[in-house]
Design a protein around this ligand. Structure first.
Ligand code: M6R
Length: 606
């Protein structure tokens, strides 16, 4: 997730506005930034690696002249954070500047085609192809808006772009698909941005562009065209009464809720991960004599889900291990044939890095999955995958968990194909289920928010809570426990449901709350047995199960029916109501959902 912004005024310079707007977007990404304006029919570009203020103190953004310009703050996806990879990106002749938020799926094909036509690329980004594509269309006589229209029609993936061109210095052309874009309207001045935070200081009248809209923006007017039909359309502007704080959170009261809501998008982005990276990691996983999945906290819970996926789909045994226990437990037995697959949202967790240092010293192979390009994990791993979930501001991991699970599912499927372990039909079915995920998650958020908010009033008063699940749902129980406990401060217990009778059941007394995670999979009939055991001892049963499961619904005191999904993907669906529950419990208790006490987003101590 990057942030883009742009501004065009009838008279005067826009550098100051762009700089201010860019700073408002810094929370969307902060590894590099840049601004480009047009002055005297030439492009002026200032960009570098680092935070916006660091770059400004080196380059001084404010002395840039020009009545139109575009700007970008980056969260790297393709190409490491560096000056050359920072946006804006230019065409060969440095007449076109482009900023982009999103991930292009077909940039390699496009880049090869353009290189064959002698275009010179300077960066490793997917974005640069857009500048060169536009250049191609301008060369054959199209004007800027036509050239952008033709270019975006060739793009596959997500994008919100803003383009300026020295040949037409009276407009900014913008377009979007899946990544957000909003236009701010003021007299003789128009702004464009990834979100309202960037422009609310200047105007409250906005137009939200819809998917596959292109817009030609001048100081006086905004014209909108549908990318696929080329037909002009009218989009109504609206007046926002948001504060700056609300705008930064896209109108949500807290980052946590915003990030929960972002999951359909972040899962879609994870599904776009390039095949070459999946292939590379698959190769390493297939080669290892033993494979450890090493992580902490939520990332560890993702590892547990991954171990079920690898085993059931690819018939590969992997061992999920808590990072801080790894050296003591397995350190002495690992060696050159060991593969360590480290998962870390931040890529900086000290427990994980210490385990990896040790494993490297024993010549093990390190591979990784992280959300932060340039993090220590990306530097020490032989190969790694980036989740593309964008910065997560809430201390509790939500969207990065479901995007980790999506990547693990993609890897398990690749591995299954490579090892020839499952039939073509099974693979196709799983692939189809993966494609349904973003929409399913969107539905689950919609259908569960109200009943969960209601339930939270009661749940916030519990003094302790049990979470139980069998099979892969055990991992969901662990993550449900972590979310509810770290945010509401209520002590919680999570167990494999089958294990509860070996001790934890003694905790149960009349009215004790027990949450069951019970999708319609192989474990269901045993889960029903566990529900009966708990009920018999007076537990109050809260159950999340299949929407068509009448038996479980009747056995439960409270039931939330969720859509059917492939059993290996059920944690992605079933964790959502628990994220919402944790959020609403903090609200009930008057706590800060974004900053739970005693915790840090990235734990860099042992
Ligand atoms: O950045 P990492 O994924 O390595 O972080 C691991 C844990 O510190 C993190 O998941 C933590 O448990 C969160 N508070 C979970 O919400």
């Amino acid at each position: 997730m990057c942030g883009i912004t742009g501004c065009i005024v009838r008279e005067g310079d826009v550098a100051n506005i762009l700089y201010n707007s860019l700073k408002r977007l810094e929370y969307r990404g902060y590894d590099s930034a840049g601004i480009s304006t047009i002055y005297d029919n030439k492009l002026i570009v200032k960009k570098d690696v680092g935070k916006i203020d660091e770059i400004h103190s080196k380059l001084n953004f404010l002395d840039m002249r020009g009545n139109l310009g575009i700007a970008h703050t980056r969260w790297a996806t393709h190409g490491a954070p560096s000056k050359v990879n920072a946006h804006p990106h230019l065409d060969c002749e440095e007449k076109i500047a482009v900023v982009h938020n999103g991930v292009l799926e077909n940039f390699l094909e496009l880049r090869q085609e353009l290189e064959a036509r002698k275009h010179i690329f300077r960066s490793k980004t997917d974005t640069e192809v857009i500048a060169h594509l536009i250049e191609e269309y301008l060369k054959i006589g199209k004007n800027l808006s036509e050239a952008v229209l033709e270019s975006v029609r060739k793009l596959r993936g997500s994008f919100a772009i803003a383009v300026i061109y020295t040949g037409e210095p009276d407009k900014i052309v913008v377009a979007r698909n899946e990544s957000p874009l909003v236009i701010g309207l003021a007299k003789d001045m128009k702004l464009i941005a990834s979100d309202v935070a960037a422009l609310i200081e200047y105007t409250k009248e906005v137009i939200f562009l819809q998917n596959r809209d292109l817009s030609i923006v001048t100081p006086e007017k905004v014209e909108i065209i549908q990318i696929d039909t080329g037909i002009k359309i009218d989009r109504k502007s609206m007046e926002l009464n948001w504060t700056l704080d609300m705008a930064t959170k896209s109108g949500f009261p807290h980052f946590l809720l915003k990030e929960i809501y972002e999951q359909p998008h972040t899962i879609r982005e994870a599904l776009r991960i390039q095949e070459k990276y999946l292939d590379l990691l698959t190769e390493f996983l297939d080669r290892g004599r033993e494979i450890f999945l090493v992580a902490s906290g939520t990332s560890h819970n993702a590892c547990i889900v991954g171990s079920y996926m690898f085993s059931k789909l690819a018939r590969l045994t992997t061992y999920p291990v808590i990072a801080s226990e790894f050296i003591e437990n397995y350190g002495s037995s690992i060696g050159i044939d060991t593969v360590i697959f480290a998962l870390s949202q931040s890529g900086e967790t000290a427990d994980v890095l210490t385990a990896l240092d040790y494993a490297r010293y024993r010549a093990a192979t390190i591979i990784g999955l992280t959300n932060v390009l340039g993090s220590t994990l990306t530097r020490i791993a032989r190969a790694y995958i980036l989740q593309n979930a964008g910065p997560e501001i809430g201390v509790a991991a939500t969207k990065t968990f479901t995007s980790q699970l999506t990547v693990l599912a993609l890897l398990a499927l690749r591995l299954a194909r490579k090892r020839g372990k499952i039939s073509q039909n099974e693979m196709d079915e799983f692939q189809d289920e993966l494609r349904r995920l973003p929409n399913l998650v969107e539905n689950v958020i919609k259908l569960s928010e109200k009943p969960i908010a209601e339930l939270s009033k009661e749940a916030a008063r519990f003094s302790s809570i049990f979470f139980l699940g069998r099979g892969i749902s055990y991992a969901t129980a662990l993550e449900a426990r972590l979310k509810v406990m770290e945010l509401s401060y209520i002590p919680c217990i999570a167990y494999p449901a089958g294990e509860s009778k070996h001790g934890p059941i003694s905790v149960i007394e009349e009215g004790y709350p027990v949450f069951f995670i019970a999708p319609n999979d192989n474990t269901r009939k045993h889960v029903i047995g566990n529900v009966m055991e708990m009920k018999a001892r007076g537990a109050k049963i809260y159950c999340l199960g299949d929407e068509g499961d009448r038996e479980l619904r009747e056995l439960s005191d409270w039931y939330l029916g969720l859509p059917s999904v492939h059993e290996l993907l059920s944690p992605i669906i079933y964790v959502i109501p628990f994220q919402l529950l944790a959020y609403y419990m903090t609200i009930e208790k008057g706590l800060d959902p974004d900053k739970p006490r005693n915790l840090a987003k990235s734990v860099t101590v042992l």
